[in-house]
Structure formats: structure tokens, C-alpha cells
Write a protein that binds this ligand. Structure first.
Ligand code: TRP
Length: 333
């Protein structure tokens, strides 16, 4: 508990182009959580290093992700928005937790197996111990809840296992985190393959709408989206393409699926797709404008970063000190 509130922790990796799926499925649903929880949102730049980065681009991407959090509406005075790499306790606790994690457990992580297959030329130890760093992120803040998508569920489970193992030996050091389901973000699928999640690492760029895509690109991608046989705009299991577009439209326009279906009754696919694109542009254009505005406010952003880094470090170091002491690491004051 911090300020009588339960703690909620999450973050995104500072790499790749975030997609409309990341926004509608995650970020957008984070905006009001600070009313009920003490929230920490990390820019997970240490995790990004498990894949080779170009320093100049990486630096920009990480800062832009932090700016995006703010532009999207996370109030940086009420949420702790910070860089993982600025709080050294993350790397430090990750080492300690490495000694309480079994190779066999890490070997079972499906994301590791997938990434190792995909980056066969760079299966580094960081990729392998990625979940341990994630456990450190969460446990440092004594988080009660972690909003996670399906792909991170296994990582949250291993976090709980590591914390329980540590607590069983040393007493109550870590809060055991629970997954946070909330209202449930919208799951957005690829425009080219609606059976697959819209992903920032999709090789087919037409499958994903990136948050920084310009209006023409958005319109083109929506127009090219695969639809299904028939001509009716309706939400049905056998119409995954149209259903996904309806989902996108409803979420962007702030309407229910039923309302959207009614609106497009008797409307052809072409006109429908244009309307979807317009709804997406109406959401992304202001977000993009706000990002560019904030990118120019260097001093303002720098001051926020400093303030939030310090706040994060305060809580993280408290937990780290406790863990080190329990382990018997010596202290000189
Ligand atoms: N691994 C997460 C992802 O790729 C990002 C992440 C790192 C994270 N540390 C975390 C998410 C802690 C929640 C809590 O999506």
C-alpha cells in the first residue's frame, strides 16, 4: 500500500513502433487507474537490450514512449512514469532473484522459446533471464496488481513463484502480485490476418496501424484490410475481418459494437472501411500532435523525468534494502 492505495505496476518495452492494438488494448485503459491505485508505468528500456539496438534511435524511442504515456493522458503528477534503467535497483534485484530462479523454469517460458527461435543468432543470457528482470520490476514496488495481456501471463506466474519462494525462506519481503483484468481492453487483430493479434513486430506492415502513421497511410491500410465473404457489416464469428474493423471503430468512436452495427446496416464494405479509417484518424491525429508538442518541451519533460525517477527510486530502494538485509548482505552505514 502506498498512500492507502493498492499498487499497480506495468510498462511497455521501448522498442518498435507501438500499434493501435497497444493503444486500444492497453494504454487507453490505464488512464483512470490512478484514481483507485498508486500506479507505476515503466519505460522498459533494459528489457529492450535483449535485442540489439541502435543507440541513437533507441534513445529517441525510449523518450518518445515516455512522452506518449503523457500525451495519451497519463497524468505525470499522479502516476509515476519513469525509465527502468534510471532506477538501478531493477538490475540489482534482478541479480538477487536470478539466484532464486531455476533454469528449468526459465526453459519453459514460451516467449523465450519463440524469441530464441526468431533471433537464433543472438540467444543471449538476457533473453533467457528476461522474466527475472520483469519479476524485479514488479516486486520492487510491492505491486498488488499487474495489468497484463495474455502473452505476459506466464511471466507474471513465474514472478509469483519467485516471490513465494523468497518469502518462504526470508519472511514477508515481497507482495505477491495478482493479474489485473479491469474492464478488459479491446483485443485488436491484424488487418491482414484477423486470426492473429495486431503486433508491432508483424512482418506485414499492412497488418498493423502504427500510432505514428499519417492519415493517408491509415486510410490505405483500412481500405486494404481483409474482409470476409458476404457484404454485411456485422459482428460474427465467421466474419473475423469485419468484426475486427467493427471493434476498432467502436473503440475509437466510443460506441458499443451494437451501435456500430446499426450505424452500418446496409452500408457497403468500402464506405465502412473509410469510416473506420476516419474514426482511427480522429483518435491518432490529436495524440500525434500532442506528442510533437511535448517533444519540443524539453525542459518540462526533463523535469518530470527527474521527479518521477526519484519517486520510483525511493520505493524501489526501500524494497531492495529489505531484500539485501534478509539475504545477509553486509551493510555499513
Ligand atoms: N515484458 C513486458 C512486455 O513486453 C514489458 C514489461 C517489462 C512489463 N516489465 C514489466 C509489464 C513489468 C508489466 C510489468 O509487454
Amino acid at each position: 500500500m502506498i498512500n492507502d492505495k493498492k499498487v499497480l505496476y506495468s510498462g511497455m518495452q521501448a522498442t518498435g513502433n507501438l500499434t493501435l492494438g497497444n493503444y486500444l488494448g492497453a494504454l487507453k485503459n490505464w488512464l483512470t487507474l490512478n484514481e483507485e491505485y498508486e500506479c507505476f508505468w515503466g519505460v522498459m528500456d533494459l528489457h529492450s537490450l535483449t535485442v540489439r539496438q541502435v543507440p541513437s534511435e533507441f534513445r529517441k524511442n525510449a523518450r518518445n514512449l515516455l512522452i506518449l504515456y503523457i500525451a495519451a493522458g497519463l497524468d505525470p503528477k499522479k502516476n509515476c512514469i519513469y525509465f527502468q534503467s534510471h532506477v538501478s535497483a531493477h538490475a540489482e534485484l534482478a541479480w538477487l532473484l536470478n539466484c532464486f530462479t531455476y533454469v528449468g523454469e526459465l526453459n519453459r517460458m514460451t516467449q523465450y522459446k519463440e524469441k530464441a527461435a526468431k533471433h537464433a543468432d543472438n540467444v543471449n543470457a538476457g533473453l533467457f533471464t528476461y522474466p527475472v528482470l520483469m519479476a524485479a520490476d514488479i516486486l520492487l514496488y510491492q505491486a498488488d496488481y499487474v495489468p497484463v495481456g495474455k502473452d505476459q501471463k506466464q511471466h507474471l506466474e513465474i514472478t509469483r513463484d519467485i516471490a513465494e519462494r523468497f518469502n518462504a525462506i526470508y519472511g514477508d519481503v515481497f507482495t505477491i502480485p495478482e493479474p489485473y483484468f479491469g474492464k478488459g481492453g479491446t483485443k485488436i487483430m491484424s488487418l491482414q490476418n484477423p486470426e492473429q493479434k495486431m503486433s508491432k513486430s508483424d512482418e506485414n506492415v499492412n497488418g498493423s496501424i502504427y500510432l505514428m502513421d499519417d492519415p493517408d497511410t491509415i486510410l490505405r491500410k483500412c481500405k486494404r484490410a481483409v474482409t470476409d465473404s458476404g457484404s454485411e457489416v456485422c459482428y460474427r464469428e465467421d466474419k473475423p475481418g469485419v468484426s475486427n474493423l467493427l471493434e476498432i471503430y467502436a473503440s475509437c468512436a466510443g460506441k458499443s459494437i451494437e451501435e456500430a452495427e446499426k450505424e452500418f446496416a446496409g452500408v457497403g464494405y468500402g464506405e465502412f472501411k473509410t469510416a473506420v479509417a476516419e474514426a482511427v484518424i480522429a483518435v491518432l491525429k490529436p495524440l500525434q500532435d500532442e506528442c510533437s508538442r511535448l517533444q519540443k518541451e524539453k525542459d518540462y519533460i526533463d523535469a518530470l523525468i527527474k521527479e518521477n525517477d526519484e519517486k520510483a527510486a525511493y520505493f524501489a530502494n526501500k524494497t531492495l534494502r529489505k531484500a539485501k538485509k534478509k539475504l545477509g548482505l553486509t551493510e555499513v552505514r
